[in-house]
Design a protein around this ligand. Structure first.
Ligand code: HEC
Ligand code: HEC
Ligand code: HEC
Ligand code: HEC
Ligand code: HEC
Length: 326
């Protein structure tokens, strides 16, 4: 894991500006601009506007799984906060051509997509919270800052709208008041959704094949723009292609990481996204067969026989990529 996020640091610092210009969006001074939109300057307002609690009214189980998932906590886990603090203090503030605000387009957008709608003042406030959450000598102040930051995360709207189309995030392509799903509205006269989010009424459900493809996951979990050669950018996704797909594997990320309860095709796909931190999920990934045979070791020099065990170990990985990957 340590290797993984060292890689991520290197990759994102080098790559994100490329991906921004590659998609043709005008990035502005500190990341994407949103033409025609009023940016938001308070953390509570940002969190409230993009809050997806309303989805729990009908998708209760999915919502509950999401709150426990890495995505539901993607902004405020201890390791993430520590690394951001280091990145700001040891990286951005020490580079002449960068300033701390660059963390918005370098890091924050994948961990909390709606940061796109934050003003520079709000990003600056969030940076202060990050520093307080890690460095403040007083525990209550650290906890209060963490509580503020936990209002940000990767929620339903992040995946089912902002990241649901190729280059959607930087290119501002998704329709703002729509939910993207694997099927979409079959009959526009009888829409699947008529839901009031705080950003406005959502009455359109649009089919997105991209959402159901591995590229959607790779957008964040690979993170390298098309301009960086695949072999130069080793990530979990590279390992998925090279060690799994090219060797005959046929499952998508979604098939393994979004299992349906009881494998029943009528149940919705799980949104807990188990990974290396889920003991049962991890245990199923590794099959170890050990054959033990007792024998004797002959030491010719000493002319001695020592009782010995001969072990034959066979390890099979059922993961879709390196195990563990970091
Ligand atoms: C392209 C999207 C993207 C960007 C940009 C990004 N991250 Fe991440 N980050 C991820 C993903 C996806 C994971 C989960 C990786 C995993 O668990 O294998 C992650 C995981 C992490 C973790 C590890 C969390 C843990 O508990 O193991 C840290 C720390 C982190 N990121 C910090 C950063 C920092 C610092 C930056 C900016 C330099 C950054 N990220 C930029 C997508 C991104
Ligand atoms: C990390 C991205 C991500 C997040 C966050 C996310 N989803 Fe999904 N969701 C997906 C993907 C990908 C699919 C399509 C899976 C497939 O069938 O290939 C999906 C499918 C669905 C489906 C259809 C399920 C089915 O099997 O028919 C529903 C409903 C849904 N999501 C609701 C939600 C709700 C509600 C939330 C927030 C609580 C949410 N999602 C958060 C990625 C996400
Ligand atoms: C009033 C009930 C209701 C609310 C609230 C609601 N949904 Fe749904 N949603 C449904 C129904 C019904 C379906 C179709 C059956 C299914 O897949 O569960 C559906 C389907 C979906 C799908 C799959 C669409 C497809 O293309 O197959 C996604 C994704 C989804 N909802 C996301 C959301 C998100 C995100 C929210 C919150 C912004 C939300 N829903 C709020 C009732 C609701
Ligand atoms: C918008 C960016 C984004 C997208 C899209 C995304 N993820 Fe993630 N994912 C993250 C981040 C960030 C984390 C790390 C959260 C942390 O550790 O704090 C994460 C965590 C995870 C984890 C948990 C990792 C662990 O260490 O236990 C799994 C599994 C996962 N994602 C799978 C997927 C799959 C499968 C898809 C595609 C359906 C997907 N993700 C789409 C950003 C993303
Ligand atoms: C054949 C099933 C399978 C497929 C396909 C698969 N995974 Fe995994 N994944 C696993 C298993 C099992 C683990 C836990 C063991 C491990 O770390 O490899 C895991 C672990 C992870 C983790 C946890 C952190 C880590 O670095 O180990 C992330 C994140 C993840 N997968 C994302 C993805 C993404 C993104 C894809 C698609 C590009 C994908 N997985 C494809 C089975 C799969």
């Amino acid at each position: 894991m340590r290797f993984l996020f060292t890689m991520l640091l290197l990759i994102t610092v080098a790559a994100v500006p490329l991906s921004v210009s590659a998609s043709g969006a005008a990035p502005g001074a500190h990341g994407p601009t949103v033409p025609g939109e009023t940016l938001i300057s308070s953390l509570d307002e940002l969190a409230e506007k993009f809050d997806t609690k309303v989805c729990a009214d009908c998708h209760e189980q999915i919502y509950e799984e999401w709150t426990r998932s890495g995505h539901g906590r993607a902004f405020s886990t201890e390791r993430v906060l520590q690394t951001w603090r280091t990145f700001i203090k040891q990286g951005l503030e020490k580079e002449d051509h960068l300033d701390k605000m660059a963390i918005k387009s370098h890091c924050l957008w994948c961990h909390a997509p709606h940061i796109k709608y934050a003003t520079d003042e709000l990003v600056s406030e969030i940076i202060d919270y990050i520093i307080t959450a890690v460095d403040d000598p007083e525990e209550p102040k650290r906890e209060a800052a963490k509580k503020e930051l936990s209002k940000l995360n990767l929620n339903c709207y992040g995946c089912h709208n902002m990241f649901a189309l190729k280059d959607g995030y930087w290119g501002n392509k998704p329709e703002k008041l729509a939910i993207y799903g694997p099927k979409g509205d079959e009959d526009p006269e009888d829409p699947v959704h008529d839901v009031e989010m705080n950003i406005g009424p959502i009455t359109k459900t649009i089919k997105s094949d991209y959402l159901a493809s591995v590229n959607m996951c790779a957008r964040c979990h690979h993170g390298c723009p098309d301009s960086v050669p695949f072999w130069q950018c080793k990530t979990l996704y590279t390992s998925y292609v090279e060690n799994y797909i090219l060797k005959g594997g046929d499952k998508r990320c979604q098939d393994c990481h979004m299992p349906r309860e009881d494998n029943d095709p009528d149940n919705p796909r799980g949104h807990y996204f188990p990974g290396v931190h889920d003991k049962d999920f991890f245990a199923k990934a590794l099959e170890i067969e050990i054959e033990a045979e007792s024998t004797q070791f002959i030491n010719n020099y000493k002319n001695e026989l020592t009782p010995t065990l001969c072990l034959k170990v066979k390890m099979t990985s059922h993961s879709g990529h390196g195990l563990p990957n970091g």
